[in-house]
Design a protein around this ligand. Structure first.
Ligand code: SF4
Ligand code: SF4
Length: 460
């Protein structure tokens, strides 16, 4: 008997999950990998603000005092050029990963995906399996429905509040934040931002889910420019799968004129993006691999070889070899390494000291009663380190000079201090009317913190 394959199966349908996606919970290798990565990243996100370093919060982006502390290094607004380097390195790393492995960032590491995974996990525990959730949504409002929905939203809300307070604790010292929140003493701004991010998390991970990825995330749009025939993506092997149709386990598909797809629809039910991968590669696909787990499970039941849906490349599907070292991939990898090396070098050679020299604007010079020429300056010194330091200030390139200043200036961590300085020089020692020289500022406790600032000395 030949199976009568329905032609509608070949029609490529557009994305249609407008009524909401009811994700079926799926077990399997890729789901386990996603869960492990998700839990690890979530735990890191929650734990990191609590880590202390040298008696201070190790990671703190203090917007009010404009200090961005990451363990031993404090960044200031003047260091934002480094951020450009970090973003360039991150962008090329993302291009490299996407060209090589498609949208694995979206499927495994993106916070949107991880939080959605956690919220779906809660949904499954409170409202039941996919079919039970569909039935519950269609059912009238009974006590059972109200209690299940309420329990889900209470859990979601707790998770949203935890997420929001954790996020804010990267910007407000963690002790101060929680003392304020639990003691009802938080400022209006802090309370507003905690509630704002709690609502965003709740709406995003609870309802928006794949809509955010499909309609708002720019990355899903420009990713296709990075794909090529060698990119590993989740794909359905239509040559092997078609003609698709249900059958009994003992049926011989060849005799029925069928391929290996039994049309169980599990690959669609588990898809968090609500797509059917059998329709071909689609930009909504986040490369999460859940449909692979689902399909492998079905293949196992029917005693067919696994891999009807798999991570593969267009080349491999066409029976050709995948070229992993193509020029695009090598270029992205090289640029990632170059920008990473530049950022590491810049951070390593960065001096935690900033200084500016301002000349006295009221007079270029003064001649005192002994005939000595005086020039007055103000030195603005910012101690960008995490500890108070004593600084000594000297000048060079002047014939002889006397710095009318205490030998040591103590400047607190993160403090900008103004130091008035008068240089007095016998005018005959200077050949020219204008002499260029340097102020040399050096930390006594850490002599490698040293900075040179150029200025000019005027005589009559
Ligand atoms: S098609 Fe497969 S890999 Fe793509 S999003 Fe859906 S389940 Fe994930
Ligand atoms: S899970 Fe596999 S067998 Fe089932 S419908 Fe999808 S591709 Fe076909």
């Amino acid at each position: 008997m030949k199976f009568n394959f329905k032609e509608e199966h070949l029609i490529i349908k557009p994305y249609k999950a407008k009524g909401g996606v009811y994700v079926r919970e799926q077990k399997g290798f890729y789901q386990q990998v996603r869960r492990n990565i998700g839990w690890l990243l979530m735990m890191m996100f929650i734990a990191m603000p609590w880590i202390q370093f040298n008696g201070q919060q190790a990671i703190l982006f203090d917007v009010v005092s404009q200090e961005f502390r990451i363990f031993a290094v404090t960044f200031w607004p003047q260091d934002f050029i480094l951020l450009a380097g970090v973003l360039m390195a991150a962008a090329f790393a993302l291009f490299f990963i996407t060209t090589w492995l498609g949208r694995v960032w979206c499927g495994y590491v993106c916070p949107q995906t991880i939080w959605t995974l956690a919220y779906v996990w809660i949904e499954h525990r409170t409202e039941g399996t996919r079919n039970q959730r569909i039935a519950l949504d269609k059912a009238p409002w009974t006590m059972n429905k109200i209690s299940r929905k309420s329990l889900k939203h209470i859990c979601w809300l707790l998770m949203s509040l935890l997420t929001a307070t954790t996020f804010i604790s990267y910007f407000v010292p963690v002790g101060e934040l929680y003392r304020g929140l639990f003691g009802f003493g938080s400022s209006g701004a802090v309370t507003f931002w905690v509630l704002f991010f709690a609502v965003c998390t709740h709406v995003n991970a609870g309802w928006m889910r794949e809509h955010l990825c499909i309609h708002f995330c720019p990355y899903s749009r420009f990713q296709s420019a990075m794909f090529d025939k060698n990119t590993f993506m989740v794909a359905y092997d239509s040559k092997r799968g078609e003609n698709r149709a249900p059958r009994k386990r003992k049926d011989d598909p060849k005799a029925l004129g069928l391929g290996d797809c039994v049309n169980c629809n599990l690959c669609v039910d588990v898809c968090p993006a609500g797509i059917d991968i059998r329709n071909g590669i689609q930009y909504e696909c986040i490369n999460c691999g859940l449909c692979i787990d689902a399909c492998d499970q079905t293949m196992e039941k029917f005693n067919y070889a696994k891999g009807l849906i798999s991570y593969t490349s267009e080349q491999a599907l066409a029976g050709k070899e995948t070229n992993r070292f193509n020029i695009k991939l090598v270029s992205y990898a090289s640029l990632t390494l170059i920008f990473t090396a530049l950022v590491v070098f810049a951070i390593d050679s960065r001096i935690p000291l900033e200084a500016n020299v301002i000349r006295d604007r009221t007079a270029l010079y003064r001649v005192n009663f002994e005939g000595v020429v005086e020039n007055t300056f103000t030195l603005k010194i910012l101690n960008k380190s995490q500890v108070p330091l004593h600084f000594k200030i000297n000048v060079d390139s002047l014939a002889s000079s006397e710095v009318k200043l205490d030998k040591k200036v103590l400047i607190g961590a993160g403090v900008m201090q103004e130091i008035p300085i008068t240089l007095a020089i016998d005018g005959y020692e200077l050949k020219q009317k204008i002499t260029t020289f340097n102020f040399i500022i050096q930390a006594i406790e850490q002599p490698d913190i040293i900075l040179q600032k150029t200025s000019v000395f005027f005589r009559n």
